[in-house]
Write a protein that binds this ligand. Structure first.
Ligand code: Q9C
Ligand code: ZN
Length: 655
């Protein structure tokens, strides 16, 4: 299996630059590339990546997407003087030519194709290409928004042609809508284009009607132009139009995404297409913010722990409204959305943007605007302090496991086997809590549990896995031990029959119990949630519960540690549990302790794989959940969305 992360950078792409004064274009500077690369170097990320050289994209490759005329115009600018360059540039919205622009744009295209080749040939798992000029605004016959050739679109066409792919997902998280990419694939059902972008009801550039949620694609491509993640299209390759202009301090996007947000976006996408992920740079104009965000992306691609997102975990009304609109618009095309309550669309008479204009409150507006054009110094200070908190001390990447039951080869590399504790030590540790429940013969297994848990708590390892003859007891002891150690919030996911539910009253634990049988215990407490779930025969409807309920609750809670316990009579298959573990790595700085009932030993290997960050196996054809299950999730959501606010993003029917 492929491993490693490719990094493509070629200094030559810094030669493209603005020769005259133009206040719209002057943010797209060469330093965007060079300083991002420097930042990667300073975090020692460059040396951890596989260097892949850029190359020139051929004319033939460019013509996969662009017209001959466009190519010829671009080519002709190589020998032009400044006056002529200025004149040609004026023909486009927000673009500038330099004599080296054509060469750089061909390198940018070639870099994207080199990345696709490295990933598809299995040389690496994933990778990132730092390129200029960017691509996603560029159209068949026009340069636009700093873009000459559409690097990502060409990469997708190339992958289809060269590798016979039939399903490619393009995710565009640049702050601007990639209208160029939308136009190119509008009628093509083999490429799903997902973009999220600042829109401001068409006020925000490129200010197009067709950037709205109701642009769902044309003809055969209907349903394949989306603004909503997780449609479960089961792509074979994921290409990211990776703009960082929604980042904090960005003069163009004027939004406030902190660098770790990009770690989470990357982490989500790494679960698709068996991890085949190509990240290609688009926008991002605050040099420091851009550099940090690029580093966060590359670190995540390398499999490092995912940093915690800070701040209030609650969506604003306007965000919820946008998400609901996209769901409604796509309902005819995606089975997943078939249970939507579209009446919501009409109910939107409240139109949050109108409300906001009517009673705009200056004080809160000030607060949300930590940044604007003239306090880039503040942003720099903020980032310096903030990133120090996030990156130091360097969290360990290792996974710990006990070696008693299994041989070393059983686990993927990077798993560290630990020694057990002796009985007296254990006895000392458990005395004081649950001591009466702990029998002599279970002491030993608690011992290995403690060794691993301690390593996690002391941050010697990132996560760990232990087998236990009584997983429920081990988990309960582990929870108590963690809280005693001083952790404020421990998320605990129980799968299977768990006799022993710890006391959650102090609010320092949140238990989500996934079990087959209906629980008698009433779930009135917000820190104990029972999710009654039995996977369907193919075992791939659990996705909806994970994304529609478990993750939003977990992200709202912001745990410091996640404990996952798998007991006997589990109602989930291996792939469901692996998916759960892989996605839970997005929380608690990836700190996870997994304890598995020793009758379920066949799970150990795949859970260990998910813990070290190896990609999850593909899920096969997606099966939408039954109406009964949808209702189940809906009921839980209604019950808990006031407490766990991220549930509001998936509120109303369906997922
Ligand atoms: N007031 C990329 O991020 N800005 N392109 C126009 C008009 C153009 C952005 C502002 C922004 C182009 C790749
Ligand atoms: Zn942009």
């Amino acid at each position: 299996m492929a491993s490693g992360t490719a990094l493509i950078y070629d200094e030559e792409m810094t030669t493209h630059k603005l020769l005259w004064s133009d206040p719209i274009c002057d943010i797209e500077v060469p330093e965007r590339l060079s300083s991002s690369y420097e930042q990667l170097r300073s975090y020692h990320l460059v040396e951890r990546c596989v260097p892949v050289p850029a190359r020139e994209g051929s004319e033939e490759e460019i013509l996969l997407v662009h017209s001959l005329e466009h190519l010829e115009v671009a080519k002709s600018t190589q020998t032009m003087n400044e006056e002529e360059l200025k004149r040609v540039s004026k023909n486009y919205d927000a673009f500038f030519f330099h004599p080296s622009t054509y060469r750089c744009a061909r390198l940018a295209v070639g870099a994207a194709l080199q990345l696709v080749d490295a990933v598809m040939a299995g040389k690496v798992h994933n990778g990132m290409a730092l390129v200029r000029p960017p691509g996603h605004h560029s159209q068949r016959n026009a340069a636009n928004g700093f873009c000459l050739f559409n690097n990502v679109a060409i990469a997708a066409e190339y992958a289809k042609l060269k590798y016979g792919l039939q399903r490619i997902l393009i995710v565009d998280w640049d702050v601007h809508h990639g209208q160029g990419t939308q136009y190119i694939f509008e009628e093509d059902p083999s490429v799903l284009y997902f973009s999220w972008h600042r829109y401001e009801h068409q006020e925000f550039w490129p200010s197009l009607r067709e950037s709205d949620y109701d642009a769902v694609g044309l003809g055969k491509g209907k349903g394949f132009n989306v603004n909503l993640p997780w449609n479960k299209f089961d792509p074979e390759l994921v290409i990211v139009s990776s703009g960082y202009d929604s980042g904090i301090g960005d003069p163009e996007g004027q939004m406030n995404a902190t660098p770790e947000v990009f770690a989470h976006l990357t982490h989500f996408l790494m679960q698709l297409a068996n991890g085949k992920l190509c990240v290609i740079l688009e926008g991002g104009y605050h040099l420091k913010s851009l550099g940090e965000s690029v580093c966060m992306t590359v670190k995540t691609l390398l499999g490092d722990p995912v940093p915690q997102i800070t701040g209030e975990m609650a969506p604003c009304l306007s965000a919820v409204e946008s998400i609901q609109n996209v769901r409604a618009a796509h309902k005819p095309y995606w089975k997943w959305l078939a249970y939507e309550d579209t009446s919501f669309l009409q109910n939107l008479s409240t139109k949050s943007h109108l409300l906001k204009k009517a009673n705009s409150n200056p004080s809160t507006e000030d607060e949300s605007q930590i940044t604007n054009n003239n306090n880039t110094v503040k942003v720099e200070r903020f980032l310096e302090l903030h990133m120090k908190n996030i990156l130091l001390p360097m969290p360990p990447i290792k996974t710990a496991a006990t070696g008693s039951e299994v041989s070393e080869h059983f686990f993927p590399e990077h798993v560290q086997l630990v020694k057990e504790m002796d009985k007296t030590e254990i006895k000392a540790l458990v005395s004081g809590f649950y001591a009466d429940l702990v029998k002599e013969e279970t002491l030993l297994s608690l011992g290995s549990m403690f060794v691993i848990l301690d390593k996690i708590l002391k941050k010697e390892v990132c996560n760990g896995i232990a087998a236990s003859p009584t997983a429920a007891l081990s988990a309960a002891v582990a929870l108590r031990h963690s809280v005693r150690f001083g952790l404020q919030r421990v998320l605990c996911v129980f799968v299977g029959d768990m006799q022993m539910i710890p006391n959650t009253e102090d609010g320092k634990m949140l238990v989500i119990n996934i079990c087959e049988k209906e629980q008698s215990r009433k779930t009135s407490c917000k820190h104990y949630i029972s999710l009654n779930w039995k996977e369907d025969a193919e075992g791939n409807d659990f996705f909806s519960a994970v994304l529609g309920f478990i993750l939003p609750v977990a992200y709202s809670y912001q745990p410091n540690l996640t404990v996952i316990a798998v007991g006997p009579n589990r109602s989930l298959g291996i792939s469901g549990i692996s998916l759960l573990v892989a996605l839970l790595r997005g929380l608690a700085e990836s700190r996870i302790f997994a304890v598995i009932e020793d009758t379920e030993i066949s799970l150990m290997q795949s859970i260990a794989k998910a813990l070290v960050g190896a990609s999850t196996p593909p899920f096969g054809i997606y099966v939408p959940p039954t109406q009964e299950k949808v209702n189940k999730i809906k009921a839980l959501r209604d019950q808990f969305q006031q407490e766990w606010k991220m549930l509001q993003c998936s509120v109303k029917d369906g997922i």
